[in-house]
Design a protein around this ligand. Sequence first.
Ligand SMILES: Cc1cc2nc3c(=O)[nH]c(=O)nc-3n(C[C@H](O)[C@H](O)[C@H](O)COP(=O)(O)OP(=O)(O)OC[C@H]3O[C@@H](n4cnc5c(N)ncnc54)[C@H](O)[C@@H]3O)c2cc1C
Length: 392
Amino acid sequence: MSVAEQLDQEGLTQEEEFQIFETIDKWLERDVRPVVKKFDHADEYPHEIVEQMKELGLFGAIIDQKYGGLGMSASTYAKVVMRITEVWMALTGIFNSHLIMATLVQRFGTDEQKQRFLPRFATGELRGGLGLTEPNAGTDLQAIRTRAVLDGDHYVVNGTKTWISNGIEGSCYALMTKTDTQVKPAHKGISFFIVEKGEGFTVSKRLEKLGYKSIDSAELVFDNFKVPANNLVGGVEGQGFYQAAGGLEIGRINVAARGVGLASAALKDATRYSQERETFGKPICQHQAIQLMLGDMATKVEAARLLVENAAQTYDRGERCDMEAGMAKYFASETAVQVSLDAMRIHGGYGYSKEFDIERYYRDAPLMTIGEGTNEMQRIIIAKQLIARNPA
Ligand SMILES: Cc1cc2nc3c(=O)[nH]c(=O)nc-3n(C[C@H](O)[C@H](O)[C@H](O)COP(=O)(O)OP(=O)(O)OC[C@H]3O[C@@H](n4cnc5c(N)ncnc54)[C@H](O)[C@@H]3O)c2cc1C
């Protein structure tokens, strides 16, 4: 039975959630874990695994069941992301920005846009991601230069996007543009479009990276690219900045959950290795220096997990959760960086070897401090919310 068939129309029961986890765990052990090193070291796109992800319904994980998605809550989704990341972090990037795009349509799109796009997003027939960043603007999105100018029944788009995950293998993107360059404040001139690849839309560069291998990151160029006016998300110009804030909450929960999954994998490997490796006549886990590291690592992983659960539950209650998602993303990603380094120390020279997974965790972890808003920005968001929620 496919995962979709295991669901009823009322959302997920605990039993159904358990079945999903069991199905995903079996898939990870049978089809993913044995090939991770091969794909990661060759930096090769895992086409067959992506087909299996379609079958599992992962491209529709948080899309409503009425549009053919699995209708997972953010809490269930975060647990799925943690499980997958424990085996291979890069896989979660293949559906993360795709699902941010879907969330933008689901939360802010017109009924016609929901009917037109969500069923195809849910099956993975139409896959892609999110186009925000430009060569001159990442954190400061008000400074984007990509222009969309209305011309009859379509807009003409010109500009360049960079670092776009799934930019080569995907075919459809939520594209952030400027529809008004004069309005003040500048963010009121920002609008999202759902754009499918076509004439005037080219992939200009594949970007090489330290880690996060196998998933494609690309520079995209729009040269007099025509997009139908009815692909303007929500049908009204100037809403893009506000829509991005809503879409990125789920993206931050995803990245935070990735941090927990990766740190948890590094901790498990280190815990096992510390009992197997002996120095001076005893397993290294009996040396206090190693115990201090393991104690710190385990505490941080658990704290990060609880922060992610709290952020996801706040999201599921329909409450504003930028502070909670920001805290979870900040703490979990820093935990992933620290714990993967500590796991490397515990493994000694073997931690630096390509025969073990530790070196991959170490290469993959820093991305999570950057993506979906840098950790510097998360701390600023947390502080602003702290002050707003606690006026003197
Ligand atoms: C592997 C990878 C995948 C990515 N995938 C995508 C994707 O799919 N779609 C997409 O749109 N983008 C993507 N990005 C881009 C990513 O979102 C940006 O790199 C990120 O938002 C930071 O922007 P920037 O690189 O321009 O850094 P900058 O904005 O130039 O920041 C540089 C430094 O300055 C700090 N800084 C900036 N402004 C402030 C401030 N006001 N106060 C304090 N500190 C500040 C930052 O925190 C950072 O430390 C990806 C990036 C990578 C590396």
